[in-house]
Design a protein around this ligand. Structure first.
Ligand SMILES: [Fe+2]
Ligand SMILES: [Fe+2]
Length: 372
């Protein structure tokens, strides 16, 4: 599998036509399986830049994965990107390699942002037992020798966690700083491309990356358009994610607990109220069940309010319950992670006993979720 990784074409005022045309000829000769363009197609996000780029890129013979950069998002330019290149994020699968193009731009801003929705989309798009390659314009770690090495994605910390967790042993491709560079975050390979055809080139010549992926690992070459090729190195791929990353992620991620009862929702009401008061910040509960028993429910509500808990009405039990991390059932015939064998309270004193019992079980549950 061969990838030509090009970036920062900058059609418009900065554009160097000769460099671009030479590069396209070279890339066609290389016959890559795919060419990945990590953004900054134009300069000001204006129509004729993107149209010119679209026309010129039609000379490229390989398949293309193209995502926008901050310059393409200027002046509401993403609409022209959409017009000529389609969606700003997409996946391409070639054999056992999955390429995931992510949109790191913000409207009319030079800052980069991935955001929780795209991070979730990355998590869903990566494939186990495949080599995952995530392409974005902005860099997730600072690139040295660019004069602005502190400037990274706004949500770099969350993105780094997401990439190392979901793209462990994979590759991240980026551009933006016009300086080619590669580094590793644990075992995730981060590869930046320089600028293909902008006169703002902080290197001896405009350049692009040639990445070969085989069973032995990755070979990375830096191709200067008019000077020649430098072999940067060969790296091993290692697809397993270390347990430590999963543990940190588990500890910090939000946990949603479902308390469920088919027959009587009074206990789920107590459990939900208690859990949401005494559990850690990143855990919360919802309850579901049948309608609460009319004779018991007012007692339960009264006791909970007296004890300082806020109460809500449990949702109706339905199929395809929203995604939850842990399910506690009070009935034997409900498919759940745990069964809590607690009787429905019959009077006020009994209700207080049930509250104490559920409180104890919730503390054990929280401990179990954190420690295992
Ligand atoms: Fe750029
Ligand atoms: Fe950029």
């Amino acid at each position: 599998m061969r990838i030509a990784h090009i970036s920062d074409l900058h059609f418009g005022f900065e554009f160097l036509k000769n460099k671009f045309e030479n590069a396209i000829k070279q890339i066609n000769k290389l016959e890559p399986d795919i060419t990945v363009i990590t953004g900054d197609i134009g300069l000001w996000g204006i129509h004729h830049e993107i149209r010119k780029a679209y026309e010129a890129l039609s000379d490229l013979e390989s398949d293309l994965l193209i995502i926008p950069g901050n310059h393409d998002a200027r002046n509401d330019g993403i609409k022209y990107f959409n017009l000529y290149f389609g969606k700003t994020k997409r996946t391409v699968k070639i054999d056992d390699i999955v390429l995931i193009g992510v949109d790191s731009t913000l409207p009319d801003s030079d800052d980069g942002y991935i955001g929780p929705e795209q991070r979730q989309w990355i998590a869903k798009s990566v494939r186990q037992n495949c080599i995952n390659i995530i392409a974005m314009h902005h860099h997730v770690v600072p690139v040295p020798h660019t004069g602005r090495n502190m400037n990274v994605l706004i949500d770099a910390a969350e993105t780094v966690e997401s990439l190392t967790l979901h793209c462990y042993g994979g590759i991240v491709l980026a551009g933006h700083r016009h300086v080619p560079y590669s580094t590793k975050l644990l075992r995730t390979h981060i590869i930046h491309a320089g600028s293909l055809s902008s006169y703002k080139v902080l290197m001896p010549d405009n350049n692009y990356n040639i990445i070969e992926i085989s069973e032995d690992g990755i070979s990375l070459k830096l191709r200067f358009i008019d000077i020649g090729e430098v072999e940067i190195g060969r790296f091993k791929l290692k697809p397993e994610t270390p347990e430590s990353l999963r543990k940190y992620h588990k500890l910090t991620s939000v946990k949603k607990i479902l308390f469920i009862s088919k027959r009587n929702a009074c206990r789920t009401k107590i459990a939900e109220a208690l859990f949401n008061k005494i559990s850690p910040d990143n855990m919360y509960a919802i309850s579901a069940g049948t309608e609460p028993a009319k004779d018991v429910d007012p007692i339960v509500s009264k006791v909970l309010i007296e004890m300082g808990f806020s109460v809500s009405t449990p949702r109706k039990l339905r199929r395809g319950m929203e995604e939850v991390d842990y399910v506690i059932s009070f009935d034997e015939d409900v498919d759940a992670d745990e069964l809590w064998d607690i009787k429905v309270p019959v009077d006020k004193e009994d209700c207080k006993r049930v509250v104490k019992k559920i409180e104890k079980m919730i503390n054990e549950l929280v401990r179990k979720i954190i420690l295992y």
